[in-house]
Every structure is written in C-alpha cells, then in structure tokens.
Design a protein around this ligand. Sequence first.
Ligand code: ATP
Ligand code: MG
Length: 429
Amino acid sequence: MKKIQSIRGMNDLLPEDSPRWQYLESQVAQLLSQYSYREIRFPVLEPTELFKRSIGEVTDIVEKEMYTFDDRNGESVTLRPEGTAGCVRACEQNSLIHNQVQRLWYQGPMFRYERPQKGRLRQFHQIGVEVFGLDGPDIDAELITMTWRLWQQLGLSEVVTLQLNSLGTMASRGCYRDALVDYLSQRKDQLDEDSQRRLQTNPMRILDSKNPETQLLLNDAPDLSDFLDEASQLHFQQLCGLLDAVGVPYQINPRLVRGLDYYGKTVFEWVTDSLGAQGTVCAGGRYDGLVEQLGGKSTPAVGFAMGIERLVLLLDAAGVVPDSIARQVDVYLVAAGDVQAQALVLGETLRSECPGLRLQSHCGGGSFKSQMKKADKSNAVVALILGENEAANGEVSVKFLRAEQPQQTMAIADAVVLLNNQILENNGS
Ligand code: ATP
Ligand code: MG
C-alpha cells in the first residue's frame, strides 16, 4: 500500500533536532521572564474575518497565503498566518487591554500557503511578543534591546543586523503613498509585473521589491521620511537616541515597510546574510491602530515575531549550539547479569540524587558487550555498570566513554558525588 506523506512544507521535527529547538525556546522563555513578559496562548484556528480585518485585504498573506476553509457549520475559518491578530482578539475578549499595560508573549505554529524552500515553510513556528497600552519610544527601545540581548546570549550578534524605519501615522503615510503612486505611475512601463499590480493594490510594498531595476528607479522616488508627521519624527528620533544610549547598533532603512497593513511609526527587522533569500529572522513594529480596527478602544501597541526555523538554521550555520545540548544522554546504565531490580532502584536513586542528570537505563537484556555498544552509541559520557558483584556490594563501576581514564568501582554515594561534580558541572546546569 502507498504510504501517506506529510503535506508539502509541513515538516516533522525529529528527535535528533528537537534539542536545538528546546534550547532556543528555553533561552527565549528565560529572557522574556527577565523582562517580566507573561505568556498567553490562543487558538490556531480563528474566524477568517479576524485576519482580513487586521492584516489587510490586499496583503500577500490575505490575498494568497491563508489556509481558509468552511467548517461543518459553513463558517469560514482560517489557520492563523501570524499571532498578532489572535493575540489582540484574545485580549479584547478577556478585557486585558483597556486601561492597563500588558507585556505578553506566545509561541506556536503559523500557517501560510507559500512556496516551500529553505527557511520558508507552510507550517512554521514563531515566538511573538506584544505590548499594549504604551505609546512612547521607551517600550519600542525595550523590545529591540531585548532581542539584542537574545542574539548576544545565543552567540548570534555578529551575524544579524537591525534595520529600522518609521512609517509615520496613517495620515502621513497616506500622503506619502499618493506621492509615491504619482512618481511610479509616470514610470509604470519600467516596473515589473508584480510592482505594476502593487501600484494599484499596495504601492508601499514596491519599496521592498527585490528587483534591481525597481530599486534603481526608487533611488529618485519621494522619501518616506520627508512625509513623516512631527510626532512620528520625534518618536523616531527618541527611539534612535535610546538605542544609541544602550549601545544597540542599527541601520536606518528608509525602504523598510513590512508586509502587513497594521503597522505605523516604528518598524524593524533583524536580518542576516547567512540564510540566503530568507534573511529576516525577527520582525516587528508599532500598530497603534489595530486594537480599534478590531472593535476595541483605541490603544497603542507594539510587538515583534521571530521565526524559529530560521533561527535554528542560523544557530547551525554559526555553530554556536553548546555540545551538551546536542548530546541527549549523559549516563548510560548497563545492567549485566541478574540485577534487573537493583538496576531499576539504582536508576531511581540517581535521578533523585543528581537532578538534571540525563540517565538512560538499559532495557531489553543482552550481553555485557552488546550493552556497552549501546552505551557508546547513545553518546553518553559515562557508562555506569551494575554487575552481580557490584549489586551485592552496594557499588557501581564507572567507565568514562570519551576519555582515557581507568574504570573505577565505587560506592553508589561516591558515584553520585562524581556525577554531580563532573557531568552536571560540564552541562552548565
Ligand atoms: P518574509 O519577508 O520572509 O516573507 P514576512 O514579512 O512575511 O517574512 P512576518 O510576517 O513579519 O514575516 O513574520 C515574522 C517572522 O516569521 C519572519 O521574519 C520569519 O522569520 C518568520 N516567517 C515568516 N514567514 C515564514 C515562513 N513561511 N516560513 C518560515 N518562517 C517564516
Ligand atoms: Mg512573507
């Protein structure tokens, strides 16, 4: 019979890869708690209308990337393509926004019908952060500084750069859009098909066209920064000042616009050269209009999302995942002879006495030799050997598998001390 395959662009995360994901996720969770952000979880399936109304009807996502279908009741539902809209919906519905400040984060799968390639999937995963109720540049700076700390913590600060821009308010952006359309319409025949279409639907998106001729044409186009209203200008200057003060390096990119309609004022992206075309690992900005657009009271908001797949690729490329993370077993317990019960008890004792130790107990019997082979294959650092003699004496033999060191038989209490000192110390836990 033909075997069933996964849907294209929806990957399995295999056990040999999951430690790097866990490492990344735990580093981020720790960082977010350092900044007092709280986790929120909301459904992966939402009413289609939620995304249409927030992301914008004429964006790439809503036009061609959403997984939308009718449920059994005939209601149109959509697998979330991003987290911000669902987060706002959940907060509104549970009265978490009005008259209060929220610093929130979430993580999980997102779904977009895109052309799958390296760093671009149809089910991908994000960690997102959203802040409600603060309108100043101080919180924008906090978010950006927090991501900068993360890159440093992960050893990635050398391979990412921050691109920063301000889109101004809806009104100032509208004026700019008119000027841009005016300029580009006069040169329409020099635009590629995609940009010609965008000229009608979402002209700002032409700014980040990858087409070199279009980019050349844009060199003489009106500049977004000339259209910024005074408040947005000040906000942006202050943000830059704060980033200077804390020492986060950035590049102002006047053509950075982001693909979602709800952004205004600050937008930013952390990009890398190490991943080919899929170079944006973290992106976000301010969206002061969205809460109201979704039916709530007008509330300032700012946030970002990072792509976990791309960050894991980047960690791999930079070779910065600690060895102890890639290794999943520290100690392999070999039970040679008629010692099943004693081995079970010893395993439990060690798990109580050496918290954090990753211990694999041999199961399934077999000769001493075959068990030692499995110990080696497990990548463990140490094999603990419980033979009938050791069991009778309350002892265990310790064999280092990756170092030239004579095998030693010792009391279990001494083995506990040794494991705590040597293995857990090296794991950094
Ligand atoms: P891109 O320009 O690469 O399509 P985007 O602007 O659509 O990205 P956002 O909607 O801002 O991306 O999502 C934030 C982050 O989520 C991106 O920077 C990226 O790291 C990740 N991401 C977005 N789409 C995908 C995807 N299809 N597969 C994997 N990661 C993705
Ligand atoms: Mg995209």
